[in-house]
Design a protein around this ligand. Structure first.
Ligand code: GTP
Ligand code: MG
Ligand code: NA
Length: 457
């Protein structure tokens, strides 16, 4: 069980920032993928995870000066994408809580925005080291792209007035960071990384600075975090999302930070109705550079050693809770102890979901999005009386129909990113339960508000 800096695991890199600063686009550029194009409304509404192998790091950072790809000691990066929209604070918190390092993405044209500040708060709370991506440099007037060059060289090649605008934006952002008690500098002017946080100008569109960003993350990990990244056999595994997938049933997406998972392992994890004890029936991963949260072909494994983002198939996952630890019982005697251990976490997670006697029914594809939706309803003072994860079926409609006896305005199911079974829709229509569906949380809310107005008329 010896840990050694000669055997490093992949660092877990969380990408944080205000909505639309380009977090997903940056990852798309690194992955050569188009995840952002496929997002409803271009908004990220779930946590993602991507395994970035070392060959991709080398390939993408070869233009970076003073960075030798062949000296990289980490096996890759496990990158966690988070939503920047206001109501997904729970997912930002969850995504950032177990990461080793973060990339804070700032739109160079906008500077620090509300969720940038919120993210800084999370990073400070967890004492997470981070680098800043000053994204969208291509939007500077007359910017000339040279993604094949080191960004420091590209900057020198810009016209005088482009550089002046750049300086002005950067100086403003330095002041804004100072207001958050943080000292930041452009990375190529930072000769004291212990004191100053580095900022890399990037463009997820043109690719400028992307290599420098990756190289900086790798360098920071290997210098500041080598000890922490020494692989440990002690299992450390967090449930990211609980997700119903057609053909696979309800699955869980996990981040395996340390230790290993094997096919057949007895796992113990928190559930909505108490601890769940079950066996791993499938260990799946998307191909390298493919996003775990997007439907992709999966590869099957018998054993996976940390760190990776993994989809687990197992029975009884429909009641699993995201954002909590997953434990493995190596012998039967351990099961009861582990159940107690996770129970403590369950009480905490469920404590935050308080149902009212009267209110709407809420369903979502994942617990994370359900929590975000509930948070939104809470802020809007709309009570909820029932929650569920997965497609809307008959029993859900029957539950919601109870509200018809009290107040028709609550005989409503708000269904986010889930299917409505035909039978369920038919019963709803006949008894008078309204089902609203949407794949953007705000649209669901708007539809409900309009419905309430119509009822009043
Ligand atoms: P959320 O996940 O919803 O918080 O947004 P995000 O931070 O992931 O941003 P996203 O990748 O969805 O990009 C938002 C918009 O900015 C999209 O229209 C992108 O095409 C655009 N964008 C992202 N990066 C750049 C960039 O470097 N330059 C320019 N010009 N546009 C960019
Ligand atoms: Mg995004
Ligand atoms: Na977006």
């Amino acid at each position: 069980n010896k840990r050694s800096v000669d055997n490093l695991r992949s660092p877990i890199v969380c990408v944080l920032g205000h909505v639309d600063t380009g977090k997903t686009k940056i990852l798309d550029k690194i992955r050569h993928s188009h995840v952002q194009d496929g997002e409803a409304g271009g908004i990220t509404q779930q946590i993602g995870a991507t395994n970035v192998p070392v060959y991709a790091i080398k390939e993408q950072s070869k233009m970076v000066k003073n960075f030798q790809g062949n000296e990289i000691k980490i096996p890759g990066l496990l990158v966690i994408d988070t939503p920047g929209h206001e109501s997904f604070g729970n997912l930002r918190s969850r995504g950032s809580s177990n990461c080793d390092i973060a990339i804070l993405v700032v739109d160079i044209m906008h500077g620090l925005e509300p969720q940038t500040i919120e993210s800084i708060g999370l990073l400070k709370k967890n004492k997470t080291p981070f680098v800043v991506a000053l994204n969208k440099v291509d939007r500077l007037y007359e910017w000339k792209s040279h993604p094949e060059n080191d960004i420091a060289t590209t900057l020198r090649k810009q016209k005088q007035y482009v550089l002046e605008e750049f300086r002005e934006k950067v100086n403003g952002i330095i002041v804004q960071f100072a207001e958050q008690s943080l000292n930041v500098k452009l990375f190529h002017e930072n000769d004291d990384p212990e004191t100053w946080i580095s900022m890399v100008p990037t463009s997820a569109h043109s690719g400028d600075g992307m290599g420098n960003l990756i190289a900086l993350v790798v360098k920071t990990c290997e210098t500041k975090l080598a000890r922490k990244l020494a692989f440990s056999e002690n299992l450390q595994c967090t449930v990211l999302e609980v997700k119903a997938i057609q053909g696979l049933g309800t699955t869980i997406d996990v981040v395996l930070t340390n230790g290993r998972l094997k096919y057949g392992d007895t796992i113990v994890l928190p559930g909505t109705e108490g601890p769940i004890v079950t066996h791993i029936k499938g260990l799946l991963m998307p191909q390298p550079l493919r996003e775990l949260r997007v439907k992709n072909p999966y590869d099957k494994f018998n054993e996976i050693q940390a760190a990776y983002g993994i989809k687990i198939l197992a029975k009884d996952m429909d009641k699993a809770l995201a954002g909590t630890s997953l434990l493995v019982a190596y012998n039967d005697d351990e099961i009861e102890i582990l159940k107690e251990e996770v129970q403590a976490e369950v009480s905490e997670a469920l404590g935050s979901i308080k149902l009212k006697e009267r209110g709407v029914f809420v369903q979502a594809s994942t617990l994370g999005s359900l929590e975000a939706l509930l948070e939104f309803l809470k802020q809007s003072k709309i009570p909820y009386a029932g929650i569920s994860i997965g497609p809307v079926c008959k029993k859900d409609v029957v539950k919601a129909s109870v509200m018809l006896e009290h107040d028709t305005q609550w005989a409503v199911i708000l269904a986010f990113d889930v299917k409505v079974e035909r039978e369920a829709q038919e019963i709803a229509d006949s008894v008078g339960v309204k089902i609203f569906t949407a794949d953007i949380i705000y649209h669901l809310f708007d539809a409900f508000m309009k419905h309430r107005e119509d009822l009043k008329k």
